[in-house]
Design a protein around this ligand. Sequence first.
Ligand code: SF4
Length: 332
Amino acid sequence: MNPFSYARPIAIDEAIGLFKQNSRYIAGGTNLLDLMKENVTQPEQLIDITQLPLHDIEDTAEGGLRIGALVSNADLAWDERIEQRYPLLSKAILAGASPQLRNMATTGGNLLQRTRCYYFYDAGTPCNKREPGSGCPARDGLNRIHAILGHSAHCIAVHPSDMCVALAALDATVIVKSSAGERRIPFGEFHRLPGSAPELDNTLADGELVLAIELPAEDLSAHSAYLKIRDRASYAFALVSVAAALEMDGKVIRSARVALGGVAHKPWRSTDAEALLIGKTADKAAFGELADALLAGASGFADNQFKIDMAHRAVIRALTDAAEAAVEGATA
Ligand code: SF4
């Protein structure tokens, strides 16, 4: 590990003021420390933000919730307001990592965790995300866990978070701050596809600090399901995951949200595909139509073609679970 300096500010503006080239903010450290130990990243300064006043979950004036960036994944998943009003988020968080990791990991850090592509973590191999321009050995190498949507010639990695898949479906907003002031980023615009710059996972500017995530007021609690398919029953990243939520009028769908995880460089949504369900009876045929549209353009590699069919089936199953929960008044 390379030498680095360490600072622990107590005010938000102080933390932002300390940021300079090759600094990193650190909170739970559940991903960053691994990256440092594996020599994937070599920050010259760590700014420990754990003393900043970002630990609360608060009601917003609009009837939603504002989640401080330092709320732990465990505290967020078990918060009564989240369990009752946003159970999709609670289920997604509890599907990820392990209890120990969820106790340490923070909401803001979860957004910023990096891909688990094998080559990215092996500093002895080329990788465009770690070292731009060096190549992407995953394309012709081991690519079972890689992307089937939105990939580029430069990178086929996937975003690893479960929480972010639910936040995408819930239309969350990320609130960030830099020396230029605060701004709000719609969740769908926070993460990015790899394109020709896979070293960039998101649209944060250098030094911008995540302050909070806001959830809108709308209540999808009676109609949601999170389905995660993985190689073992716990402590594994998703091969495919689905966050699904429906607004129902009896068995007729008034609106739908579907986000996919494990398939792209960011949580994958299509509002055009979701619109296909409006006014339809909630059944397998309608869900299949949405799955066709959501996965239009999907293409795999030598080891991950199976994900296309798996994702199609997972969308139908998650929506079926959500619809049945709606009719029965329970969640999947
Ligand atoms: Fe690197 Fe992306 Fe290729 Fe993995 S898929 S080796 S992260 S460039």
